[in-house]
Design a protein around this ligand. Structure first.
Ligand SMILES: [Zn+2]
Ligand SMILES: [Zn+2]
Ligand SMILES: [Zn+2]
Length: 151
């Protein structure tokens, strides 16, 4: 699977099934959160998710924040940390394995990179035999193509 941050995340996801597998009741608003993230070209912060859902329905901020926290705790979503900027969220289902991110220090853009290199080093990154790795995060910081005038 090749990741491109211009491609929507929603390749092959069936959201009601995803919720059911995690024991979460399927509601319109929970589906809306997954649909927004599935249609996003990159990881989104809570306010961006809220804003996009509000294009089509009324919803309050607290509800969305609660859903994002709950989904993250259950492993439906992944939190993507970035320095000095709002926490972002992306789908964490089987179609979207952990992958490195490239963050532009000029425009703040956060690109999702191909997960393959990460899978290759996963074994080494666990450290001593017996350690169990539950979370892996690689964030590359630099200046993106566009900001360098190359795109
Ligand atoms: Zn999926
Ligand atoms: Zn940039
Ligand atoms: Zn990503």
């Amino acid at each position: 699977m090749i990741y491109s941050y211009h491609r929507p995340m929603s390749d092959g996801c069936h959201y009601p099934g995803l919720l059911a597998r995690h024991g979460v009741r399927c509601t319109a608003i929970r589906l809306a959160v997954l649909e927004v993230l599935g249609g996003a070209e990159r990881a989104l912060c809570a306010d961006e998710i809220l804003h996009r859902i509000r294009r089509s329905r009324r919803v309050n901020r607290v509800t969305i924040y609660r859903i994002l926290e709950d989904f993250s705790r259950r492993g439906i979503l992944r939190k993507v940390l970035s320095e000095g900027r709002a926490l972002r969220f992306e789908l964490a289902c089987e179609h979207h394995p952990p992958h490195p991110h490239f963050e532009c220090r000029v425009c703040g853009d956060l690109q999702c990179l191909d997960p393959v290199p990460l899978e290759k080093v996963w074994v080494e990154l666990k450290g001593p035999v017996g350690n169990r790795a539950d979370r892996i995060e690689i964030r590359v910081e630099g200046v993106c193509r566009r900001c360098r005038g190359l795109a």
